[in-house]
Design a binder for this molecule. Sequence first.
Ligand code: T5A
Length: 207
Amino acid sequence: MKGTLITFEGSEGCGKSTQIELVCRYLRKKNKPILFVREPGGVKISEKVRNVLLDIRNAKMGSECETLLYMAARAQLVKEVIAPALKKGKIVLCDRFLDSTIAYQGYGNGVDIKAIERIGRFATQDIRPKMTFFFDIDAKKGLSRIQGRKKDRIERRTISYHNRVRQGYIQIARREPGRVKLINADQPKEEIFNIVKGHIDRLLKLR
Ligand code: T5A
């Protein structure tokens, strides 16, 4: 693949969407060929799966079904959009990717992490991010940032669930420090962006 996949991860309210927007603006100004997508979703079929996943009426959904639906949404997004864009040499910025399933369904819900990784390789065609930003914030503090919003099925989970997700991300970052950049998300947006920009500049050799 000629292109570069960069992913943005973290627990609820960590501010990753805010940072992606800043990165998109920065790379567009530099005339870089970028594609921005989000998970779950990004294409018609995956957006439909997203609605099923986040619908609070689906309270009965088991953790296996939930894991496979996230993977199904991902597989379609990769096939339809991410793989072709990477083949063309684009910089693909993805709001969540396989690490989300490892953190939320694996560490959060107790689904076997080895199984998630195995299915993940199938769903992603073994496409891996060159760099991943993990915006780390205390779970309670993150949730308080999105207090005004209507909560979806995942956001409604207990604080101990969200703490496990955060700890899961910390484990992932520890295991792969070369790929995963752990950034303290409890600081002003501009300061976070400066750190992100530094990593992006080095990765894409912009300076
Ligand atoms: N999920 C997803 C799984 O369980 N498994 C999976 O495999 C995948 C892919 C997706 C849900 O699905 C789960 C995770 C999620 O629960 P979503 O609606 O796409 O749901 O939600 P999120 O991915 O969580 O994205 P959001 O856009 O809602 O949240 P972000 O990215 O954390 O935050 P953002 O940037 O919108 O910021 C939140 C608020 O904080 C402010 C912003 O202005 C905003 O109001 N903010 C800051 N405030 C203070 N200081 C800063 N530095 C700030 N940065 C942002």
